[in-house]
Design a protein around this ligand. Structure first.
Ligand SMILES: *[C@@H]1O[C@H](CO)[C@@H](O)[C@H](O)[C@H]1NC(C)=O
Ligand SMILES: *[C@@H]1O[C@H](CO)[C@@H](O)[C@H](O)[C@H]1NC(C)=O
Ligand SMILES: *[C@@H]1O[C@H](CO)[C@@H](O)[C@H](O)[C@H]1NC(C)=O
Ligand SMILES: *[C@@H]1O[C@H](CO)[C@@H](O)[C@H](O)[C@H]1NC(C)=O
Ligand SMILES: *[C@@H]1O[C@H](CO)[C@@H](O)[C@H](O)[C@H]1NC(C)=O
Length: 421
């Protein structure tokens, strides 16, 4: 509706002081949030989103940048290394990457062009590339379905193809990474600024073999799945998001870990929990992993169904011998007792993975090369499997995480991607 139409509606509503007639619904500002489907790649168990017709990017919750191998025939405008965004692009150097420039300014020939250091979270490799202006195509949403197409301005790094050359573990169709960290050049902040939307996003990761899940950028809700179900964004529990030195990853703090109601005997103190979509399964530092495995085995008390380990997992059972319920295998619930008083509870559906037709295993692995109490590492990393069919709300304004496990009768794959007529 035009401005005049809107104004006329406003006057009409003011004058009549009654509910607006249907034609005045344009009084509400159009939604600016954008919605993208999130697909789980069967070969790697990682998640991708389409950000352009020709680009699928791997979702990296800890990624500070958006990067892809820019198509040769489509070299976009680059950014000066004196531009403040160049500093933003280099604010979170990855541990494996030694920048060869200061503040993004190369000393060599193209000294005016900003250099960024895109990082491949799967292979741990990093490379240098130009920072460029680009655009993404996505649909806006009201939290229920797609509405209209939007072109989102963004700044991304162009990575050399070599960053994908060791493709082991990287989805075959993907051409780069969409970083979702709380940093200036990750996707959430860029959607917020281009769409003048909120610095918030919702993530709902799908299970393998189902329809895509969904991410909504620029909004913390509402969020609807099937017809007739409530707004799930209004049912969230919350806990503060904390930042750790030099890391762009999202962390939350647990005060204890419990199996059902029994707390694990861990050393006292806060337990740093990181959330990672570039690891398919969770990993635990040895001082947390050993007590968890011991207590889980004892709590389940099904040595009769125990079978040999299936790498990378240790605690495995004959699946036919376990009870299956609507919330997964009937096993002790793993609870992160979080700062703020809420619990992140993982029932069998988020704690036990079917590794083959006969075998289900506890879906956590032991962190390698990290010592007990090592402050430089989180004690717990939740992997994608632990976040599937949970609605996650990252509120970068209030610096808090909202979460709720979806009830068994719906899932992240039930978002309606059909446009209204
Ligand atoms: C927008 O939504 C329509 C209808 O679901 C879909 O066909 C189209 O591919 C979507 N566009 C983008 C860019 O995702
Ligand atoms: C964070 O970094 C500062 C300065 O680099 C250091 O003094 C502090 O101990 C670090 N904190 C943690 C938790 O590593
Ligand atoms: C969280 O879990 C702990 C351990 O099971 C339990 O004692 C506590 O009551 C739970 N809190 C909430 C809010 O459910
Ligand atoms: C474990 O299971 C066995 C056999 O079913 C039972 O006799 C025993 O009491 C159980 N132990 C616990 C601690 O529940
Ligand atoms: C999805 O939304 C469309 C358009 O609003 C509607 O016609 C359709 O029935 C919905 N599909 C489901 C499965 O709810």
């Amino acid at each position: 509706m035009s401005r005049h139409g809107t104004l006329a509606c406003t006057l009409l509503v003011l004058l009549l002081a009654v509910a607006p007639p249907p034609s005045c619904t344009a009084l509400a500002p159009p939604p600016r949030a954008v919605v993208v489907p999130v697909t789980k790649d069967p070969a790697t168990s990682l998640y991708t989103i389409p950000v352009r017709y020709y680009d699928d990017l791997v979702v990296d919750l800890s990624g500070p940048l958006i990067w892809s191998t820019c198509a040769d025939d489509h070299l976009p405008a680059s950014i000066s290394c004196h531009d403040p965004t160049c500093l933003l692009a280099n604010a979170f150097p990855s541990p494996s990457c030694k920048p060869t420039t200061t503040g993004g300014c190369a000393t060599a020939a193209d000294e005016k062009v900003c250099t960024a250091y895109p990082y491949n979270p799967v292979t741990g490799q990093c490379a240098s590339g130009k920072l460029v202006h680009t655009r993404f195509i996505a649909n806006t949403t009201d939290g229920k379905r797609p509405l209209t197409q939007a072109s989102v301005k963004a700044i991304a790094a162009c990575a050399p193809r070599s960053l994908l050359s060791s493709r082991r573990g990287f989805p075959a169709r993907a051409t780069g990474v969409a970083g979702l960290a709380a940093t200036g050049l990750a996707l959430p902040a860029q959607v917020a600024s281009s769409q003048r939307a909120a610095a918030k996003f919702l993530l709902c990761l799908p299970r393998l073999g189902y329809n895509p899940g969904v991410a909504i950028l620029g909004s913390g809700g509402p969020f609807y799945l099937d017809e007739g179900l409530p707004d799930f964004a209004s049912t969230l529990d919350h806990t503060p998001l904390v930042t750790k030195n030099g890391s762009a990853a999202y962390h939350v703090t647990a005060n204890a870990i419990a199996l059902d109601d029994a707390r694990l005997p861990l050393r006292p103190g806060a337990i740093a929990v990181a959330m990672s979509t570039s690891s398919p399964y969770g990993s635990l530092r040895r001082d947390v992993y050993r007590p968890l495995v011991r207590a889980f085995e004892a709590g389940l008390n099904r040595s009769d169904a125990r079978v040999a380990a299936v790498a990378p997992f240790e605690l495995c059972y004959r699946s036919a011998s376990l009870w299956n319920t609507r919330i997964g295998y009937f096993v002790p619930a793993v609870r992160l007792v979080l700062a703020g008083g809420s619990n992140y509870t993982m029932t069998g559906t988020n704690s036990m993975v079917d590794v083959n037709r006969e075998t289900a295993c506890l879906a956590f692995v032991e962190m390698k090369g990290v010592n007990a109490g090592d402050a430089s590492s989180p004690a717990v990393i939740l992997g994608g499997f632990q976040m599937e069919n949970m609605l996650l709300q990252f509120d970068l304004e209030k610096k808090r995480l909202g979460f709720v496990r979806l009830p068994y009768f719906t899932s992240c794959s039930n978002f309606n991607f059909t446009k209204a007529q």
